[in-house]
Design a protein around this ligand. Structure first.
Ligand SMILES: [Zn+2]
Length: 402
């Protein structure tokens, strides 16, 4: 038995609207987009959802978060020093009484607001099977923070993750550990994520040295006394190391120098911009448009509740619309959907709605527009919650079916 969804319009990708059609999927895969009458005649036993004045869209991708930090909400103060903020989290996380990660309220909120795929950094024990049982498409990346480990044991590192790796950053992960993670991820055909060019202290440390970062590493018992500045930006340092390729999420990239653009484009990586977290830390205007002009396919993420008050991609998109009013809405929609699937190599199977694609989708209420721009604008500006969200053809959130 399949499922047929009828809405007023289908936004099958950022530039294509289908009128007068309904979508059918079976076994998690979209098999036909055709007139509703044709589908119900042909597939009489199917489950049918009809929504008036609604639009059917691909699900959103949250390309960066830390679900394990949900307990940080409202608890971590930011005094203007990123390093102090990071250490405050680490003091609790690795203290005598670390909190249990409780990702479920955020996952429920994500499904309600149309997010179907989430890429997550983790370093505490996470209830991965239970997270997957919610239905969300979940990719856990074990975060590595070992600046003083120069002889990593590949077998031991391989056992640490349920899926793949996140190299925490160039200033907290040794070259050898980072490369071991990259090699394992490449061998498994899986992505690797890293925070990169997030702040000025990082850039100074990679180029020469930085006292604040040395203090952080000493606190974490990971100080490498032999560190010598590389005379390069973090992007060039990681690029020349062989860490950056098309299976890479480079998170933040808040700062750039001219040559970085060449290395970013050459690697084919996916930059991830976390708009609300970026605002929280008060960084200068994000260079998302510079990256887009260079041809990079930027994705969006929420980061964690230590620097955000929700994990809601609608709010991230709204902030992008406000901060970058000249960005075409179709381009913004790609940032929300298909771009974040590229390092997973899933962008050919998810992120758009057409025959043969996986049924990761959301139905949004009260959509009157007819063009892609009108529909995207109404969803991003006007909606709070989907009527229905499905992942792999399974309904994971449902408000009302007529
Ligand atoms: Zn992060």
């Amino acid at each position: 038995m399949g499922t047929i969804i009828k809405t007023r319009v289908i936004l099958s990708d950022s530039r294509t609207v289908l009128h007068g059609k309904a979508l059918r999927f079976a076994d998690g895969v979209i098999d036909r987009i055709a007139p509703f009458d044709t589908l119900i005649r042909r597939y009489a036993g199917d489950k049918v959802f009809e929504f008036e004045n609604a639009a059917l869209l691909p699900g959103f991708t949250n390309a960066h978060c830390h679900l394990e930090l949900n307990w940080c909400k409202g608890k971590i103060k930011y005094n203007g020093s990123f390093i102090d903020w990071l250490q405050a989290i680490r003091d609790i996380k690795f203290g005598s009484d670390p909190p249990e990660p409780d990702p479920f309220p955020s996952i429920e909120a994500m499904l309600k607001t149309g997010t179907t795929t989430v890429i997550d950094h983790y370093s505490m024990p996470m209830p991965i099977a239970a997270i997957r049982a919610t239905g969300i498409r979940y990719f856990p990346l074990r975060e590595m923070f070992e600046f003083d480990n120069h002889t990593p044991n590949e077998k031991e590192i391989a056992l640490r993750t349920a899926y793949s790796f996140a190299v925490h950053s160039p200033y907290t992960t040794s070259r050898e550990v980072a490369l071991t993670c990259r090699q394992l991820a490449d061998r498994w055909g899986r992505p690797l994520s890293t925070h990169l060019s997030e702040m000025l202290d990082e850039i100074e440390f990679i180029k020469k040295s930085n006292e604040k970062i040395e203090w952080l590493l000493k606190k974490g018992d990971a100080y490498n006394g032999g560190w010598k500045g590389q005379g390069k930006t973090p992007v060039e340092y990681f690029f020349r190391m062989g860490l950056l390729n098309s299976r890479t999420y480079a998170v933040h990239l808040n700062y750039w120098e001219k040559n970085d653009i060449f290395f970013l484009v050459k690697s084919g990586l996916t930059p991830v911009f976390c708009p609300k977290s970026h605002r929280y830390f008060g960084h200068p205007r994000h260079p998302i448009e510079t990256y887009q002009r260079a041809g990079l396919k930027v994705a969006l993420g929420t980061d964690s509740l230590a620097s955000n008050d929700s994990l809601n991609m609608l709010e991230e998109a709204r902030l992008v619309m406000k901060s970058f009013p000249d960005m075409p809405l179709a381009r913004l929609f790609d940032c929300l959907t298909i771009n974040g699937l590229r390092p997973l190599n899933l962008h050919t199977r998810l992120g758009t709605l057409s025959d043969g694609k996986v049924a990761d989708l959301a139905v949004w209420p009260n959509i009157q527009g007819d063009t892609p721009d009108e529909i995207i604008h109404q969803v991003l500006k006007g909606a709070d919650e989907t009527l229905l969200t499905a992942v792999n053809g399974k309904t994971v959130h449902l408000v009302d079916a007529v």
